[in-house]
Design a protein around this ligand. Structure first.
Ligand SMILES: [Ca+2]
Ligand SMILES: [Ca+2]
Ligand SMILES: [Ca+2]
Ligand SMILES: [Ca+2]
Length: 370
């Protein structure tokens, strides 16, 4: 029996190949080509210790991060044989086995809007928000493509442009964010990195209320994509091999526009007052949030309810909820709003039916920065 015989049962997803030992652990990790022959002289007493050491080699990757051990990482390992010679404890070490982790290519695309984006017939530059995440274990650039000619809905939005969220605030701002040009500024991300992507479309003028129109975003690894397990030799980070992961290294996710004859818009602003009379957002400062809610269009928005989560790292200041300047109690009662009663950690205000001539409704509340 040779050391190679011990390695074979550890190769889980792929049979061992002559002259080339490969260890796959699920499909997140790939190590190949770098194993040298195991040369330790093993006595009968030392053999069990050597087997345990070999099993340890196969189990090293269990404590990996979400994206896995970074591509290019060198994993070193050495086995020790302990035995006795004429009653004297003796040990000998194996050579050091070096394995370099290859790059696995994976991507995730998630639609970020909570529901279909309400639009009017003929609306211009309407925004769908997507998040593209590098779920591989190396640095990787991704090409982006939008398709609006999708079946199964009532219309095709007309693509105008795609923007990258350069200022990383998750919100589209034409002056702050960057126009995406395929091949010129493809997002390049570290493992676990992400980019928010905005799809801007015009809506056809001849649509009716409740019509739906989809647009999808495809993100594809620039190193390559295809059937999981496809290998791009030497094209991974640091000259390692790159291997396509379970996502096929490309993903397409749709978002949806929905035509409405009335739309409710909320404009939110914040004023900071610190405890020293200034306006710095420091722990102990107060943030006064103001929401201005208005309806536009020709129909009636029925039963308008505004919800606003109290942000992380802040605490609602009891008794600060107001509607159009008049205080609302924090409890759920006869007045229009509450904090934490309808939904924990959330301000909820019911505004009833609204039409385009309804005066803008102003909601205000304050939080303390923890
Ligand atoms: Ca790469
Ligand atoms: Ca369509
Ligand atoms: Ca932005
Ligand atoms: Ca109340």
């Amino acid at each position: 029996m040779t050391a190679n015989d011990y390695l074979k049962p550890l190769s889980r997803d792929s049979p061992a190949q002559p002259g080339k030992q490969e260890i796959f652990r699920s499909e997140k990790f790939l190590m190949r080509k770098y194993m040298k022959k195991f040369k330790t002289a093993i006595t009968m007493k030392g053999m069990m210790a050597a087997v345990v050491a070999l099993l340890a080699i196969a189990c090293f990757s269990s404590a990996a991060k979400a994206a896995g051990t970074p591509a290019g990482t060198i994993i070193l390992n050495q086995a020790t044989a302990n035995f006795e010679v004429d009653g004297d404890p003796t040990s000998s070490n194996s050579n050091i086995v070096s394995i370099q982790v290859g790059e696995i290519l994976n991507v995730d695309v998630t639609w970020q809007d909570a529901s279909a984006i309400p639009v009017f017939p003929g609306s211009l530059k309407q925004v769908l928000t997507m998040k593209v995440t590098n779920t591989g274990n190396g640095n990787e650039a991704f090409s982006l493509a939008v398709n609006t000619a999708l079946p199964g809905d009532q219309f095709d939005p007309s693509i105008v442009s795609v923007y990258l969220d350069t200022d990383e605030n998750g919100l589209f701002d034409e002056s702050q964010d960057t126009l995406y040009t395929p091949g010129a500024n493809d997002p390049d991300m570290p493992a676990d990195g992400f980019v928010t992507v905005f799809i801007l479309c015009d809506i056809p003028a001849d649509r009716l209320a409740d019509d739906l129109g989809d647009a999808d975003l495809t993100a594809t690894s620039k190193t390559g994509s295809g059937t999981p397990g496809t290998i791009f030799e030497g094209l991974g980070d640091g000259g390692t091999d790159a291997v396509v992961g379970s996502t096929t290294a490309t993903m397409t996710t749709p978002g949806t526009y929905e035509v409405r004859n009335v739309i409710v818009t909320i404009v939110k602003s914040a004023v900071v007052q610190d405890q020293f009379g200034g306006n710095k957002a420091i722990p102990g400062a107060t943030v006064i949030y103001t929401l201005s809610v208005a309806a536009s269009g020709e129909g009636t928005a029925q039963g308008v309810v505004i919800t606003d989560d109290i942000p992380e790292n802040s605490t609602y200041i009891p008794g600060t909820l107001k509607l159009n300047g008049a205080p609302l109690s924090d409890a759920a009662d006869a007045d229009a709003g509450d904090e934490g009663a309808t939904t924990a950690g959330t301000v909820t205000v019911s505004l009833g039916d609204m039409i385009d001539t309804t005066p803008a409704q102003t909601i205000e509340f304050s939080v303390l920065i923890n």
